[in-house]
Design a protein around this ligand. Structure first.
Ligand code: NAD
Length: 295
């Protein structure tokens, strides 16, 4: 029988602490940490993400701005807006909701965000610092996974972590965070991806398995060993005639069957997902404190 890793619960604790800290900082400085979310175009999923980030900001007492720009916004216009927010003293964190319309080069936009306000942790400077083990803004989803492992006292030292997926926002950063010679890390890490002839060869060896792929039920019971810790990052919609919406959200792991073998497992929804926004808020507070020179 496995223990369910309750990301909703852990995230709610973090948000409560952030709220308390924001209140004390407001008394001390008269200012609030500020986050701007820039949304270009009318992607409906992006709108939902931006609104929930802004709502979470308000709930913990941060200053929140949503900047909405038209679908035909030019790269130059967006760069100008980022430059303005880089210079805006009320803003500590800048996030540009991805994906961007095709006329805009995402890499150029990410690089234009001041590294001091890069609360998504996607800037090459943040990523470089992460790889060499320096303190930085960690990307929110991998940061959330590290917090879950810490909260549940899951030992990573010398353990074999297998990460499935090599994206710049999840797979690569979580692998690099776990390999660091630090408490809460120090793991032996394997990353596997589409070029692996048989991912089961790797997943079967995992003490800790992190699936960040985006394919429903990719990881089945026969692909894991007894006692494995499973972190499921995937978010996939599958048809469900019992649901009023006609679909349900599942992860990359066949949860019902894999949980029989796992020692710990994250559900989807309610596992990694809620941690992502909590860590975005954590990064925003960190940026504010750095600006104010508060330890
Ligand atoms: P991505 O599409 O950028 O990367 C997916 C990776 O999976 C790629 O590196 C690819 O090589 C690998 N892959 C694809 N098929 C594979 C296969 N059959 N075998 C092995 N590897 C395979 O995706 P991403 O942005 O990293 O997101 C992954 C999943 O996590 C998605 O479902 C996404 O929605 C979800 N996600 C969730 C959160 C959260 O907050 N919970 C945050 C980010 C992403």
């Amino acid at each position: 029988m496995s223990q369910i890793i309750d990301g909703k619960l852990v995230a709610s604790h973090i948000r409560k602490e952030l709220k308390n800290e924001a209140e004390s900082l407001l008394k001390l400085t008269g200012k609030k940490p500020g986050l701007v979310a820039i949304l270009v175009g009318d992607n409906s999923a992006s709108k939902i993400y931006v609104n929930s980030k802004s709502k979470a900001c308000n709930e913990v007492g941060f200053h929140s701005v949503i900047k909405i720009m038209e679908n035909d916004t030019t790269e130059e216009d967006l760069l100008k807006v980022i430059k303005e927010f880089n210079a805006d003293d009320d803003i500590d964190g800048i996030l540009v909701q991805l994906p961007l319309p095709e006329q805009i080069d995402e890499d150029k936009i990410i690089e234009a965000i001041s590294p001091e306000k890069d609360v998504d942790g996607f800037h090459p400077i943040s990523f470089g610092n992460l790889v060499i083990g320096k303190e930085t803004f960690y990307p929110c989803t991998p940061f959330g996974i590290m917090e879950l492992l810490k909260y549940y006292k899951i030992d990573t030292k010398g353990k074999h972590v297998v990460v499935v997926g090599r994206s710049n926002i999840v797979g690569k950063p979580i692998a690099n965070m776990l390999v660091q010679k630090k408490d809460g890390a120090n793991a032996i890490v394997t990353i596997c991806h589409t070029a692996a002839p048989d991912i089961a060869f790797y997943t079967k060896q995992a003490d800790i398995l992190i699936a960040a792929v985006g394919k429903a039920n990719l990881i089945t019971k026969d692909m894991v060993k007894d006692g494995v810790v499973v972190i499921d990052v995937g978010i996939n919609r599958i048809e469900d005639s019992n649901s009023a919406k006609g679909y349900k959200v599942v992860g990359d792991v066949d949860f019902e069957n894999v949980k029989e073998k796992a020692s710990f497992i994250t559900p989807v929804p309610g596992g990694v997902g809620p941690m992502t926004i909590a860590m975005l808020l954590t990064n925003t507070l960190k940026s504010f404190k750095q600006k104010m020179n508060i330890k």
